[in-house]
Design a binder for this molecule. Structure first.
Ligand code: BG6
Length: 488
């Protein structure tokens, strides 16, 4: 018999398990991509049982799954769901968990592979890692052992370093899977394919042809039921340190020698280590932090909170390819619409040969990588208006995933990431050095904004495109924010 593979979810009664993990695992199961035999053991303090856990997960699937549920499939999948009620800090609970795992692995003479998933609040990561280590639960004698650590990975550089230290006390780096779910998105993975499986873009992907790059992660939702968590975090820690930095590194990196995890991760880290360090004044001159109106009256938010819900930052990558090309990054909650996109803004033509037209009248080419929700790629170029001598207009050539691959072809990011963790492919996970470099940069921005003479946060109307100050920052450099993937 094959040794079983078990995913042990710590914090199994939380949102993540029902919204993302179980729907993703069930989808993988119906696609026949999971190893057999496969088991899920959920552990949490909430009072529950195997039966209730299965029932709750079935209901979650109805709410958060991607369509009709294959009843027979669920019947057999749910038989592999177990629940252990307990607190992993207590001896008794760990004993019970170990007994459950031993029962699962008994048929294979005690052999079995295990993926431990820390879906708990972040303050639990360290004790959970230590507990796994102290109880010999990560020893690889009887099968592989891996640990997935959810974000946020630390609160700043010091805490991220400390968490890495603890993780390394217990595990080898290749057993640690730090998740950033943006890397699991199809369209994010496609940035590499688009850049390196086509020969026509790479020669112009540099400072000679590109004027600047914009990365926008706009969300229409406010802070909702996560307000008390979010208020201690803010947009820089919640979105920039991880998701936006990952997008930046994929757009800016050099071609890796191979698709091997190490080659790709080495190139990603090189981008972050080439980011121009900025002094306090440079940070303040090149950034806008803002809060949406009404944020302070959200339930769970401190009445005088200075937590930013929006940020726009200008950064530079000091290497041959990108020297002095501005990367404008912005993200915010309660904006007009949800859209994640990357704009490659090319330079204007050097000389205008058409009579009557001025250089300013024609718009430079732009390429938009539309990450979500209308996944695709748009290329803007000029065409001649028919029946006119030299008048021209910009048009978009658009590729939409839904047209090419049909609706629903794009899987949830967690499917890819869980499968990769089970298969031992860490390419889409974040290495210790990347996390630390990214914190180091974000810390410098946070410190500047927490200094005594930092300006007040700007404010913006919910449902708008953010504060005017962010528009002014770009306008002063001759640029405008682009929303090339959203057609109003
Ligand atoms: C999470 C943040 O990491 O990403 C949330 O904590 C944010 O605040 C979410 O809403 C956005 O993810 P997605 O996949 O909806 O863009």
């Amino acid at each position: 018999m094959n040794p079983p593979t078990t995913i042990v979810i710590f914090g199994a009664s939380g949102d993540l398990t029902e919204r993302k993990l179980i729907p993703a695992l069930f989808s993988l199961y119906t696609k026949d991509r999971l190893p057999t035999p496969f088991h899920v053991v959920g552990m949490a303090r909430s009072d529950s049982s195997d039966e209730r856990f299965r029932q709750d997960m079935r209901e979650a699937l109805e709410t958060f799954g991607n369509g009709e549920i294959d009843t027979a499939g669920w019947q057999s999948f749910s038989q592999s769901l177990d629940y252990v009620q307990g607190d992993f800090k207590e001896e008794e609970s760990i004993k019970e968990l170990r007994a459950r795992l031993a029962a699962i692995e008994a048929d294979a003479d005690g052999k079995g592979n295990r993926l431990y998933y820390l879906a708990t609040p972040p303050f639990v990561y360290e004790p959970a890692l230590l507990q796994l280590g102290d109880n010999g639960m990560v020893s690889t004698e009887n099968g592989w052992r891996r640990v997935v650590i959810e974000k946020p990975f630390g609160h700043d550089l010091a805490s991220a370093e400390r968490l890495n230290e603890v993780a390394h006390q217990v595990l080898e780096e290749d057993q640690i899977y730090r998740i950033d779910h943006y890397l699991g998105k199809e369209t994010v993975q496609n940035v590499l394919v688009f850049r390196f499986a086509n020969s026509i873009f790479e020669p112009i992907w540099n400072r000679n042809y590109i004027d600047h790059i914009q990365v926008t992660v706009a969300e229409s939702v406010g802070v909702g039921h996560r307000a008390s968590f979010y208020d201690g975090v803010g947009v820089l820690r919640d979105m920039f340190q991880n998701h936006l930095m990952q997008l930046l590194s994929l757009v800016a990196m050099e071609p890796p020698a191979s698709f091997d995890a190490n080659d790709i991760r080495n190139e990603r880290v090189k981008v972050l280590s080439s980011m121009r360090p900025l002094g306090r004044q440079e940070v303040l001159d090149g950034s806008v932090l803002a809060q949406y109106e009404g944020y302070q009256s959200e339930q769970g938010v401190e009445p005088k909170s200075r937590t930013p819900t929006y940020a726009a930052l200008r950064m530079f990558i000091d290497n041959w390819r990108w020297k002095d090309v501005a990367f404008y990054m912005r993200s915010g909650k309660s904006l007009t619409t949800k859209s994640t996109e990357i704009r490659i803004q090319f330079k204007s033509v050097p000389h205008m040969m058409f009579p009557g037209a001025s250089l300013q009248a024609i718009r430079p080419n732009a390429l938009d990588l539309c990450i979500q929700p209308d996944e695709g790629i748009h290329l803007r170029f000029e065409v001649k208006v028919p029946d006119e001598t030299s008048r021209m207009r910009s048009v978009d050539m658009e590729f939409h995933y839904a047209d090419a691959f049909g609706p629903g072809a794009i899987p949830e990011a967690y499917e890819r990431l869980l499968l990769d963790a089970i298969n031992g492919d860490p390419s889409l996970f974040t290495r210790a050095d990347t996390i630390e470099l990214s914190w180091q940069w974000i810390d410098s921005v946070i410190e500047a904004w927490e200094s005594d003479d930092a300006p007040e946060l700007a404010s913006y109307v919910p449902g708008s495109w953010g504060p005017v100050e962010a528009d002014q920052m770009l306008a002063s450099e001759g640029a405008v924010w682009a929303m090339g993937c959203v057609h109003e």
